[in-house]
Design a protein. Structure first.
Length: 350
């Protein structure tokens, strides 16, 4: 005589159903125990940035790979225990493979994001997630593409013919989009070589402004007049870029011209007057001042000094103060600033 567990339902005994349910329940209990341990350890949330260490990475692995695998594996084992038909078993195999690939690829992309972030931090890059987002997008696409190819191969598709078709199509696309690929490679050059960062003030050819965004194909520059300039990455990497953000001091060269009727003693005194005007300002280092040249309508002096700050407004304030001091001291000594003049000699009439 059969016991209660021997009663058959849909061709299977209740004991078999009980065993399948037991497998699922044990899997859920085991998974909940892992989640509770992760919560107690403070590893129940995904983290990115400098605080991500080996412990956090282990917790992330348990949450994103081990826990889903336990749920999926217990459900798959319960279905296999019931001995379903070939169609149901094939569906279970495919669904299990898709689910596992889904969680594995999501975990791999998350680790990729963390890995690149930590690498840039170790290299001392002043970067943000916005800057490396195109690179991460390329990595995500590559991982998902490999996962789809692996899935199709396990489902019985002929991957070799698909890959060959993709190769021929890739060559065609590459030939048709050489400019786009050039900008893409230029993006990687900018990303790893770091000629500039977000927020840097640059001059590249006729373009002058602050870097606001960097993408796979273009870089966005906010000009001094306010408009947004979108420039191809290949154009930036092929031109000379002046980056002013990391400038520690500013070298200033300017000239002063006085009239030709200025006496020798006053000419000899002018470099000292200029030096006093420069050294009277804070954040300046005087270099030299010399009577340099006989101009078309002036006697020219060249002055060189340094502003010990990259601040452009500070430089302009200092230059303005120096100019005002020179105007005052020249007027006191009777020295006249030169301006374009011309003397015309007319012949005397007969």
């Amino acid at each position: 005589m059969k016991g209660p567990l021997g009663i058959e339902l849909a061709g299977r005994s209740l004991g078999l159903y009980a065993g399948a349910i037991g497998i699922v329940v044990l899997g859920v209990i085991f998974a909940q125990a892992i989640k509770y341990a992760l919560k107690r350890a403070g590893l129940d949330e995904d983290r990115e940035g400098p605080g991500v260490g080996a412990k956090s990475l282990a917790g992330m692995t348990l949450r994103n790979v081990v826990l889903p695998s336990i749920y999926i594996g217990s459900l798959y084992s319960a279905i296999a225990l019931l001995g379903p038909s070939d169609k149901i078993q094939h569906f279970a195999d495919t669904a299990t493979l898709v689910a596992l690939l889904w969680f594995l690829v999501r975990f791999a992309t998350h680790v990729l994001h963390i890995g690149f972030g930590r690498w840039f931090e170790r290299k001392g890059h002043e970067t943000t997630r916005q800057r490396i987002r195109p690179l991460l997008a390329v990595g995500d696409i590559a991982l998902w593409t490999l996962a789809v190819i692996f899935l199709l191969d396990n489902l019985g598709f002929k991957i070799s013919s698909i890959v060959a078709g993709l190769g021929i199509g890739g060559i065609t696309v590459a030939l048709a989009s050489q400019a786009v690929l050039g900008d893409l490679f230029s993006y990687f050059v900018i990303l790893f070589d770091r000629p500039f960062e977000l927020g840097d003030f640059i001059i590249a050819g006729e373009i002058m402004g602050v870097i606001e965004g960097m993408g796979i194909k273009t870089t966005k520059v906010r000009s001094l007049s306010g408009e947004l300039i979108v420039i191809a990455n290949s154009q930036l990497t092929s031109s000379k870029v002046h980056n002013y953000k990391h400038m520690q001091r500013r070298r200033v060269v300017f000239s002063v011209g006085v009239t030709y009727d200025t006496g020798r003693e006053l000419l000899a005194a002018i470099p000292g007057l200029i030096r006093q005007a420069v050294e009277a300002r804070e954040n300046t280092t005087f270099d030299r001042a010399h009577f340099k040249d006989f101009g078309p309508s002036s006697l020219d002096f060249e002055i060189v000094y340094f502003v010990e700050s990259p601040d452009y407004l500070l430089y302009m304030d200092i230059q303005q103060a120096i100019n005002l001091d020179l105007v005052e001291s020249f007027a006191r000594l009777g020295i006249s600033f030169a301006f374009p003049t011309m003397t015309v000699n007319l012949p005397k009439p007969d």
